[in-house]
Design a protein around this ligand. Sequence first.
Ligand SMILES: NC(=O)c1ccc[n+]([C@@H]2O[C@H](COP(=O)([O-])OP(=O)(O)OC[C@H]3O[C@@H](n4cnc5c(N)ncnc54)[C@H](OP(=O)(O)O)[C@@H]3O)[C@@H](O)[C@H]2O)c1
Length: 236
Amino acid sequence: MPTAVITGASQGLGRATARALAERGWSLVVDARHAAELAAAVRGLTAVTAIPGDVTDPAHRARIATAISPAGRLDLLINNASRLGPSPQPVLRRYPLAELGQVYQTNVLAPLALIQLLGGPLTAAGGTVVNVSSDAAADAYPGWGGYGSAKAALDQLTAVLAAEEPALRCYAFDPGDMRTALHQQAFPGEDISDRPEPEVAAAALLRLLGERPPSGRYRASDYPAAGLEQSPAVAR
Ligand SMILES: NC(=O)c1ccc[n+]([C@@H]2O[C@H](COP(=O)([O-])OP(=O)(O)OC[C@H]3O[C@@H](n4cnc5c(N)ncnc54)[C@H](OP(=O)(O)O)[C@@H]3O)[C@@H](O)[C@H]2O)c1
């Protein structure tokens, strides 16, 4: 049974991806900080171990590693959990550095820490690392300097990891706009009901994983569902 670790699986893209993989017979270890929401998100799924906690906490990450030990196998790590930063997002000249540090802890250092922790079983399985990115990593939007620069760092980390670890597939995956809590936080007070549900990006990610192209940066719009129109990009 293939096994995956997915961070941030209580809602949004993480939840949609966890449900899609579980329905296809994957064994999963998932996390999120809020235990009740995480438990509700995976209720009814089989072979899913939910471990509440914060990805920036080394003890929590160690619990994730312990949870995969019984099977001793790991095929896929999806670093999906993410921190936007203040809402509304401040321009760089006024960005609180302590908050920027937390954005980097969650979006860059925690993913790398999990890669370091789980690299052994991932390599043994010839596995895959997916670091969930954003168009804010590549394009310069006013106000997106904190989150966007963290995602740019995550992209570069993914690219270098791919060069260093030929036994792995390493993907930076840009899901595009999604109607989620993080997106609403980025656009406070705005009607985001025109954005696609996260299930659309999760389906694209599953197609990417199924096709298994060379390591690199991919967008959900590179893997559209047959016959589905892609909505135009609005935001990160
Ligand atoms: N939504 C978009 O339009 C969009 C666009 C481009 C890229 N993305 C990226 O797509 C990914 C998923 O975003 P989303 O919109 O689906 O987010 P979301 O709906 O807000 O869900 C975020 C998930 O991560 C968990 N989480 C947040 N911080 C965590 C932490 N420190 N430790 C453990 N879990 C944590 C949250 O649960 P708790 O709060 O309980 O921890 C939740 O389960 C992110 O990497 C995001 O940057 C999103």
